[in-house]
Design a protein around this ligand. Structure first.
Ligand code: COI
Length: 362
């Protein structure tokens, strides 16, 4: 293996002695609660590069309590899915995009990059070995979580000299327990997720940790998610931590631009292509919170939905900002949201033609 980047040749497959019981009732899967029998692991040491790539039994790590990840959160991750197709085969949705975004997150967090082909081949091999874990009920999939953590045991604030890259797999149902139903969103005025120049577009755990306080307040008030506004003026729509936001506004699709504070979503990108095919014009522009609230009341805002790997396409039925609550599409799933959901999931589940070449068969 060349230092810095890995190659597929060096992937060792270690024996599996015990297999776990699989969840037979797929309606009980939930999201990210059960993990498969195997995981993929690669180690990195500065000066040596990536080494010791292996697929091994799923097991806990033994890490030094001083490992940098525990103190300064040098960590990144990704989320992608494998879907069971009607003929029993398995398809990954746009995996190269996730690996490239992982490397962009790595650069932002001063972590070493991985070779895209190597990760893709290793990922396919892992899913192939764990194929029996890919569920087949409607709305289910195998969620894939590539992760990198800083493992050097030292307390100085600096980029680690040692890392672990690993991939774990979890069979999942819908991200929101109620499934494809409109969600209730609380718009945060007091708290922000990311500012320009920060780490908002990197998929790093700290962004999610920072969102927990407002999310907890929102959950206590009965909301499903928090919609974040821009950090500077608290005026423009940014994203919902687990989803990019889209609005059907005055007949056009409006979504926040990528300005470094929101995630460059792969489902977002896919939604662009599919919505354009449906004949919509897409405006990437900063939408104000006043436009959302007033638009909902005047009827100019016809639909709102979020997109994300875990959430897929998720309709929004209600927004609350301070003491003002508005309903969207009468708190029902809007027609465009449904069309997009059906087209996207049709491609992902192999029931519709993959005209964009997004699916990689295992
Ligand atoms: C995903 O959509 O895959 C994500 O990483 C969001 C996560 C918070 C579940």
């Amino acid at each position: 293996m060349t230092p810095g980047k890995g190659t597929a040749m060096d992937l060792q497959i270690l024996p599996l002695e015990n297999q776990k019981e699989k969840i037979t009732d797929e309606s009980k899967l939930g999201f990210g609660k059960y993990f498969t029998d195997r995981m993929m692991v690669v180690e990195y040491d500065r000066g040596r590069g990536w080494h010791s790539a292996r697929i091994q039994p799923y097991q806990p790590f033994s890490l030094d309590p001083a490992a940098l990840v525990f103190h300064y959160a040098q960590e990144i991750f990704e989320g992608l899915k494998a879907y069971r197709h009607p003929d029993g085969s398995i398809g990954l949705f746009r995996p190269e995009e996730n690996i490239e975004r992982f490397n962009r997150s790595a650069r932002r967090m001063c972590m070493p990059e991985l070779d895209t082909d190597f990760v893709l081949e290793a990922l396919k091999e892992l899913v192939r070995l764990e194929a029996d874990w890919v569920p087949s009920s409607p709305g289910t999939s195998l969620y894939i979580r590539p992760t990198m953590i800083a493992t050097e045991p030292v307390l100085g604030v600096k980029p680690s000299d040692k890392y672990l890259f690993y991939i774990i797999l979890t069979p999942v149902g819908p991200y929101y327990a109620r499934g494809f139903e409109p969600v209730k969103i609380w718009i945060s005025d007091d708290y922000v997720r990311a500012a320009h120049g920060g780490t908002g577009e990197a998929k790093t755990g700290g962004n999610y940790a920072a969102s927990l306080f407002a999310s907890t307040l929102a959950a206590q008030k009965g909301y499903d998610q928090v919609l974040w506004l821009d950090a500077e003026e608290h005026k423009y729509v940014e994203e919902v931590g687990s989803m990019n936001m889209f609005f059907l506004y005055d007949g056009k699709i409006v979504t926040s631009p990528l300005s470094g504070t929101i995630l460059d979503g792969i489902t977002r990108k896919s939604a662009f292509a599919l919505l354009k095919e449906m004949g919509f014009e897409i405006e990437e522009r900063a939408l104000t919170i006043a436009e959302v609230l007033d638009g909902a009341e005047s009827g100019k805002l016809q639909e709102a939905f979020g997109t994300g790997t875990a959430a897929v396409v998720s309709p929004v039925g209600q927004f609350t900002y301070k003491d003002r609550t508005v309903q969207i599409s009468g708190n029902k799933v809007g027609e465009t949201t449904l069309r997009l959901y059906n087209r996207l999931t049709g491609i992902q589940y192999g029931t519709e033609e993959d005209t964009h070449g997004w699916v990689r068969k295992i």
